[in-house]
Unconditional design. Structure first.
Length: 178
């Protein structure tokens, strides 16, 4: 299915969906369609990443964050992601994608996204994101905290995700990656 059709259907569905908080989990329903498949007739690994975009968009729309980001001239970008696949999704299967913010450090936002059918996990991903300004530069953590009403102290980004962030940093210009 064309991404724009899914995007339109998501927009229609979220217009009447209940509002949620930024720290709540949202669940986005999908069905595997022929254009999701690779030559082995299971969902292509890249399609998971594309659908994760829609899960994050649903979270931002249902919290009202998307509208406020647009008003301020800010936009989200994915800086890194890691995904593990457990089972194959096949043509016609209905599945759900759970999306939840894990927390923030001084530079990045971290989300968890899980593809599942019932309680069975098919794929599990973590995403590192950032907010940029259309006028240039990035949104600092103070501005972001103001936007979301502060960061709850009970939410802590797992240490392994912070280690992953450090391990996957690009070297400064002119330096070589080791």
């Amino acid at each position: 299915m064309n991404m724009y059709i899914r995007l339109f259907l998501l927009w229609l569905r979220t217009r009447s969906a209940p509002t949620v908080g930024i720290w709540d989990k949202v669940t986005t329903p999908f069905i595997v369609v022929p254009t999701d498949l690779d030559p082995l007739l299971h969902m292509n690994n890249g399609k998971y990443l594309t659908l994760m975009d829609l899960g994050r968009l649903e979270l931002m729309q249902r919290t009202g964050l998307w509208r406020e980001l647009s008003r301020r001239g800010w936009y989200p970008v994915v800086a890194g992601q890691t995904i593990s696949y457990r089972r194959s999704l096949k043509l016609g299967q209905r599945f759900e994608l759970d999306t939840q913010v894990l927390g923030f450090d001084d530079k990045w936002g971290y989300l968890e996204q899980t593809f599942r059918i019932g309680d069975d996990v098919y794929a599990h991903a973590h995403v590192r994101s950032r907010f940029l300004k259309k006028s240039g530069g990035s949104v600092d953590d103070g501005e972001l905290a103001d936007l979301v009403g502060g960061f709850p102290e009970h939410l802590e980004v797992p240490s392994w995700l912070l280690d992953w962030t450090e391990a996957t940093k690009f070297p400064s210009r002119g330096q070589r990656r080791r």
